[in-house]
Design a protein around this ligand. Structure first.
Ligand code: PDD
Length: 284
């Protein structure tokens, strides 16, 4: 069955779904995006993703293309048309089409909204086949990583460098040698002191929705936890590292720059949090 995309009010086969060459997303990366994971017809962490979309939109001064209720209806319709119940929903909103000029066009064009969905298997029942390697890289992304902007070239380069090194993810660090996040994930570290840490939210990291949801599981589970940045040395001495996102769920990083993390297998904290993640999916 041909995949169907939503582009500016129309449902089209993917092959015919096009955007204008003067779209500011295409020319400047002047736009924002969201990725949702849908599980058995339900958008996971839905309210968090919509809240972040609203925030990103406000931060770059984009008008809303439609109400949130209409957007939810479009997503539901697109999933139905693609017969996808469990998968990824990609939403992109750009400043629209205008003659190329750097500053915001005046009058503002209608923002361009496009959506695609793609089936993705349900999370596996355990972590035995759900872990991966990572490499460390200097964080060369722009200074407002808290906006879910489509300016992703540095993230793309980092993921490609990881792939070439035989790893899945690149774990990025700032100029002070403190871990920020993954190229497309939030990073969590269990230190030699058994404390679980993830960086506090600032301009250097995207406020992950999976991160926000997991924080509640962490609080409920009694794991020792601190919201603070980890140094590269701390990362290298970690007992456990794992990443979270709408696409990686909770994913242990079992090798870092080619060296095993801990005993090289998914750790206890990640396993417990993954079990809670799965329970949350299944329990609704
Ligand atoms: N990315 N940090 C970055 C830089 C990300 O790109 C993502 C997710 C996250 C985790 O956010 P969330 O838990 O809300 O998915 C953190 C999506 C999945 C992507 O670009 O495909």
């Amino acid at each position: 069955m041909a995949r169907i995309a939503y582009v500016n009010g129309r449902y089209l086969p993917l092959a015919r779904a096009c955007v204008n060459i003067e779209d500011r997303g295409y020319q400047f990366g002047d736009g924002i995006y969201e990725v949702f994971y849908a599980y058995r017809g339900r958008l996971i962490d839905e309210a968090l993703h919509f809240a972040r979309l609203e925030r990103s939109r406000g931060e770059i001064g984009l008008p809303a293309p439609m109400s949130e209720a209409s957007l939810r209806a479009v997503i539901r319709a697109l999933m139905r048309r693609n017969r996808v119940e469990t998968g990824l929903v990609y939403l992109q909103l750009t400043r629209g089409v205008a003659r190329r000029e750097h500053c915001f066009p005046d009058p503002a064009p209608y923002p361009a909204l496009s959506l695609t969905v793609r089936a993705k298997p349900e999370p596996p029942a355990d972590l035995s086949g759900w872990h991966a390697g990572a490499v460390t890289l200097a964080d060369e992304r722009w200074g407002r990583c808290d906006i879910k902007s489509i300016n992703l070239l540095p993230n793309v380069l980092a993921r490609e460098a990881a792939r070439r090194a035989g790893a899945l993810e690149a774990i990025l660090f700032d100029e002070r040698g403190m871990v920020t996040e993954g190229a497309s994930s939030s990073v969590w570290v269990v230190g030699a002191d058994q404390v679980l840490r993830t960086r506090a939210l600032d301009r250097h990291v995207l406020p992950g929705c999976t991160r926000a949801a997991l924080l509640e599981d962490v609080a409920a589970g009694g794991t020792m936890f601190r919201e603070e940045a980890v140094s590269l040395e701390g990362l290298r001495a970690a007992r456990e590292i794992f990443i979270t996102s709408a696409t990686s769920f909770v994913k242990p990083i079992t090798s870092l720059d080619g060296v095993p993390v801990g005993n090289g297998a998914p750790g206890l904290v990640a396993s417990q949090l993954y079990a809670r993640y799965l329970a949350r999916l299944r329990g609704g």
